[in-house]
Design a protein around this ligand. Structure first.
Ligand code: SF4
Ligand code: SF4
Length: 68
C-alpha cells in the first residue's frame, strides 16, 4: 500500500495516529501552511491495508493506493 498525506488538507487532529491498529503514523514536528502539526508516515511497511486511516480522516487528507 502506498500512503500519502495531502499536508495542506490536514488539520492535525491525530485521528490517523489514534486509529491505525499498526501504529504506522506518528506526530511529526512539521507544520503545514495553516500551522497544524501533521503526522509522519513512520512505519509504512507495517500497514495492513485496513483502510481505517482513510475512513476516519475528517479532511480527506489521506490517499491510499494499492501497489501491485
Ligand atoms: S490502512 Fe490501516 S494499517 Fe494502514 S496506515 Fe491506514 S489505518 Fe494503518
Ligand atoms: S486524520 Fe487526517 S486531518 Fe487528522 S491528523 Fe491524520 S491526516 Fe491530518
Amino acid at each position: 500500500m502506498e500512503i500519502r498525506i495531502n499536508k495542506e488538507f490536514c488539520k492535525g487532529c491525530g485521528f490517523c495516529i489514534e486509529y491505525c491498529p499498526k501504529k504506522v503514523y506518528e506526530l511529526s514536528d512539521e507544520l503545514n501552511g495553516k500551522g497544524y502539526r501533521i503526522p509522519s508516515i513512520a512505519r509504512p511497511e507495517d500497514c495492513s491495508e485496513c483502510g481505517l486511516c482513510d475512513l476516519y480522516c475528517p479532511e480527506f487528507a489521506i490517499i491510499l493506493s494499492k501497489t501491485a
